[in-house]
Design a binder for this molecule. Structure first.
Ligand SMILES: Nc1ncnc2c1ncn2[C@@H]1O[C@H](COP(=O)(O)OP(=O)(O)OP(=O)(O)O)[C@@H](O)[C@H]1O
Ligand SMILES: [Mg+2]
Length: 308
């Protein structure tokens, strides 16, 4: 993280594009803002590539002209106009649909674009920072991400480590979050060990939520392993269980299900896992998706599919 820190300062002084890579919750947006704030120039505008799709995204990005479509009574400026003089942060760039990738590439090359339904070329001068939790090089290989756009974004690259790869930072992060959310709460050595051993699929965000949960559920001051959210402890127990051979090691072929066969339909298992993750994260779908090991978009699709 010290290296990340010094890179942030260096990158902050230049205006070249930066590509930030890292799992969900590793602090990509925090780092993007830090780069921007090194020499705070103009606005920092977030473009969430995962939430905007199709024609809507185009008008969000480029704005639209008066009369461009039914209901467009006045012209509207887009996010790229808003970023003029500052930074445009393309979050979840890996989710950008192919046709939008082409349009974005053109904007980055020409520094000019046209509003939806507009004729005049508009220009906006902004620094580009993009972030993704996908392996973009692999996406390029698979033909899901344009190589030319990848090259253009990948001028300077910053990779944020997963929390489980820097467990030695966990105590300090915990005390940081305790001082922010806590009320003289303190963790026993055992409890801290528990946090250090956990895998943290949702990384710093999950750690932050866990500390909030601990503070909300316990008046303190001392927190022992028994006071930790049960899922956290259950999950490490479950992992151990799987590691030691799971049900088979107990001589059980599977849990009882419908139809007398003992087989549980895969869809039920999946539904159950999704509901558990959503309830554990108190509805935070980003972390829930990370815990389930699937993308946020996939989670949304499955929620819809199952009518959840
Ligand atoms: N170094 C840090 N110190 C303290 N808090 C941090 C740090 N890095 C990240 N956080 C906190 O962790 C949470 C997640 O950070 P952020 O939103 O930047 O992650 P992200 O990588 O963009 O995640 P996602 O891929 O899910 O969008 C935020 O609440 C942020 O404040
Ligand atoms: Mg983010």
């Amino acid at each position: 993280m010290r290296q990340v820190h010094s890179q942030v300062t260096k990158m902050g002084k230049s205006r070249f594009p930066v590509l930030i890579l890292g799992e969900t919750g590793t602090g990509k947006e925090v780092v993007a803002r830090a780069i921007h704030n090194t020499e705070a120039r103009g606005p920092f505008v977030v473009v969430d590539c995962s939430s905007l799709v199709g024609p809507l995204m185009e008008s969000e990005l480029f704005g639209y002209a008066k009369g461009a479509f039914t209901g467009a009574h006045n012209q509207k400026l887009g996010l790229l106009d808003a970023a003029n003089g500052g930074t445009a942060f393309f979050d979840e760039i890996g989710e950008l649909p192919m046709e939008m990738q082409m349009k974005l590439l053109r904007v980055l090359q020409e520094k000019e674009f046209r509003a939806v339904g507009g004729l005049a070329q508009r220009s906006s001068n902004f620094r580009v920072i993009a972030a993704t939790n996908r392996d973009l090089a692999k996406e390029v290989e698979a033909g899901r991400f344009r190589q030319d756009l990848f090259y253009r974004l990948n001028v300077m690259r910053l990779r944020l480590p997963a929390l489980r790869d820097r467990r030695e930072d966990i105590p300090q992060l915990v005390s940081h979050f305790l001082s922010r959310y806590g009320n003289d709460h303190r963790l026993s050595t055992d409890a801290l060990d528990n946090l250090r051993d956990y895998e943290w699929p949702g990384n710093i965000r999950e750690l932050e939520h866990t500390v909030q949960q601990i503070v909300a559920m316990n008046s303190g001051p001392w927190i022992t392993p028994a006071d930790l959210p049960s899922t956290l402890v259950n999950m490490s127990a479950e992992r151990e269980f799987i590691a030691t051979g799971g049900l088979a090691s107990l001589g059980i072929s599977s849990s009882p299900g419908g139809g007398g066969s003992g087989i549980i339909p895969l869809a039920d298992v999946e539904k159950r896992a999704i509901l558990d993750a959503i309830s554990y994260t108190k509805g935070d779908r980003t972390v829930a998706a990370a815990m389930l090991g699937i993308g946020r978009t996939t989670l949304y699709r499955k929620l819809k599919e199952y009518g959840l």
